[in-house]
Design a protein around this ligand. Structure first.
Ligand code: M6R
Length: 569
């Protein structure tokens, strides 16, 4: 987590413009923020505030924090300064305590409790004996843990940038260079980028840069030209990014489907060929992406293609992978640490790695032999909405190649019709907003959807919601059902077992709300296809979570304690 930005320019630019760039990364963490330029240092808890002053500079580093080590305080916010060194850091320095003890013995004073502050002391100490190139190389050898670090040294015109396991990219502009945790930091200014690989560092000037390997040996790297749908990163007339992104779904699904027939056509066929060739298909993902992968497994299973999925953080404990395995990662950001770790584990055992991501050139994509893009455009709200829908749409399109019957062309219009029912979902939300607990039940296809709806309700509306298998209910959870407990039941087709489960909770006083297509229900979705039922029902869940949170006045786009890209274990 944490977002970092650096700019080194030949000409002066407004500090406020640089901080607007940091704001584009605020979804990565939003406990506190800070920046340093010239002799100025500013750091504060809370959401990023763009300064109103006309201050200009040629060089700046900035940081948006998601706290790991040390509380949310001004002192723990970045940048950290020690003597002639100022730096920002994303990641965790695992051996920080050992280093801190060493520096304390030498008489250093620390201002906060973070692991990152130690890095400033490290460089300041090294610079007493050697130059920055050697200091960076030593840092990579001596430091245990993960880092994307930007360092300014007093009297030096460069920004030093180092990476291991936390994302870092250089944007190559005209007379200026950008550094960022991802391409959003500069995607409006340049589409040329160089992605740092592990244990690389770079010296970034205002119109030049040089990359080095961990031994301090110069390396040359290719500049990549990336494509990005820039028009969607503004709030426009919406109150929140979440509702804007929900409303964009017909458009982004259409864009994805079009791409599968055009620019991604060849890759799509190669991807399917990889799946056909593989003896074992194992998906991996976290959170919402895991739910999308569960739907993928369901669709494939329906047409006789065996596949499994494992939650990324538990991957190595529950599955054996080998040369016969194709491991397919699903990740919006392509930077989720648990997913990256699972892929490393799989790769080390000879598995082939494929992926489905939203952010192009992300680490997960770069680790893959083949990768498809879901083309959802930037998703700013922490809660995944349009990225989930496009992941599932892509899963349906893949399953179709294995014989799953589904008409994809009508999907954007069907999503549009669901969005037009936002008003009635809002009425439902008013009846649910004051509950402390809520249950969402599904079976088969609707089980992953139940989990996804519950996740949206938890993270955005702060209601404890449990998404579970209808069949499991009577093995324990039914004890929690009392008069008035809300239970949302997802009934796809004539799912009599699910209808019985809803009767069982109804008989115990639950307030049952049914989302169905064929059976009678409070919300009837117009599709006879179970695959599309999954997508449409989850969109009802997105709207429900949004309206509940809005009615409660919650910080919808940046819910407490969360960050969009989870780049720590
Ligand atoms: O970027 P990823 O898809 O790998 O992210 C995985 C999860 O962190 C993410 O889906 C998370 O669960 C969302 N906040 C859910 O809305």
């Amino acid at each position: 987590m944490c977002g970092i930005v650096g700019i080194n320019s030949k000409n002066e630019f407004y500090v406020r413009d640089a901080i607007k760039r940091l704001k584009r990364l605020e979804y990565r963490g939003y406990d506190s923020f800070g920046y340093a330029y010239g002799s100025s240092l500013y750091k504060k808890t809370g959401h990023i505030v763009v300064p109103s002053s006309d201050d200009k500079t040629k060089r700046i580093i900035a940081h948006s924090r998601w706290a790991t080590h040390g509380g949310v305080t001004d002192a723990n916010a970045h940048p950290h300064v020690y003597e002639n060194v100022t730096l920002v850091h994303n990641g965790i320095i695992e051996n920080y305590q050992e280093l801190k003890d060493l520096y304390l013995r030498k008489g250093h004073k620390f201002l906060g409790e973070t692991d990152s502050e130690v890095a400033a002391h490290y460089f300041a100490e090294k610079l007493k004996e050697k130059d920055m190139i050697n200091a960076c190389s030593d840092f990579i050898h001596d430091i245990k843990g993960e880092f994307a670090i930007l360092v300014l040294v007093k009297g030096d015109q460069n920004i030093y940038a180092l990476r291991r396991d936390s994302p870092l990219v250089l944007g190559v502009g005209t007379d200026m260079n950008f550094l960022g945790s991802d391409i959003y930091a500069f995607s409006d200014a340049t589409n040329m980028a160089i992605f740092f690989e592990n244990d690389e560092f770079a010296v970034v000037g205002n119109d030049s840069f040089q990359f080095y390997d961990k031994h301090g040996k110069k390396i040359s790297k290719e500049v990549q030209t990336f494509r990005w749908e820039q028009e969607e990163s503004m709030l426009q007339n919406y109150d929140h990014y979440m509702i804007k992104e929900i409303m964009e779904q017909p458009k982004v699904v259409k864009r994805l489907l079009f791409s599968l027939d055009t620019e991604q056509k060849e890759k799509f066929h190669e991807f399917t060929a990889e799946m056909k060739k593989a003896k074992k298909i194992i998906f991996v993902g976290a959170g919402t992406s895991y739910h999308a992968s569960l739907l993928g497994v369901y669709y494939l299973h329906r047409c006789g293609k065996a596949a499994q999925t494992i939650i990324a953080s538990e991957f190595e404990h529950f599955i054996d992978v080998d040369e016969d395995s194709l491991v397919i990662a699903l990740s919006q950001s392509g930077e989720t640490m648990d997913v990256i770790e699972a892929l490393k584990y799989a790769k080390a055992r000879g598995a082939r790695i494929a992926s489905i991501v939203n952010v192009p050139y992300s680490t997960v994509q770069r680790m893959s032999v083949i990768s498809l893009n879901i083309l959802a455009g930037q998703e700013v709200c922490v809660a995944a909405t349009k990225s989930f829908t496009n992941q599932v749409a892509l899963m349906l399109a893949l399953a179709k190649e294995f014989g799953y019957k589904v008409n994809m062309e009508s999907l954007p219009q069907q999503i549009q019709s669901v969005l037009e029912r936002s008003g009635s979902v809002k009425d439902m939300a008013m009846g649910l907003k004051d509950n402390e607990h809520l249950y969402v039940l599904g079976r088969g296809l609707s089980y992953p959807v139940a989990r996804e709806i519950a996740l949206k309700i938890k993270e955005i509306s702060y209601i404890h919601a449990e998404g579970m298998m209808g069949g499991e209910l009577k093995h324990g959870t039914i004890a929690l059902i009392e008069k008035g407990t809300p239970v949302i039941g997802l009934v796809s087709g004539k799912d009599n077992a699910m209808l019985s489960n809803l009767k069982e909770v109804g008989a115990r006083g639950a307030n049952v709300i049914t989302i169905s297509n064929e059976a009678a229900g409070d919300i009837r979705l117009e599709t006879s296809n179970d695959g599309k039922f999954g997508i449409l029902a989850s969109i009802i869940g997105q709207l429900l979570a949004y309206h509940i949170a809005n009615a409660k006045g919650l910080p919808i786009d940046k819910p407490r304690n969360l960050a969009k890209s989870v780049t720590v274990k």
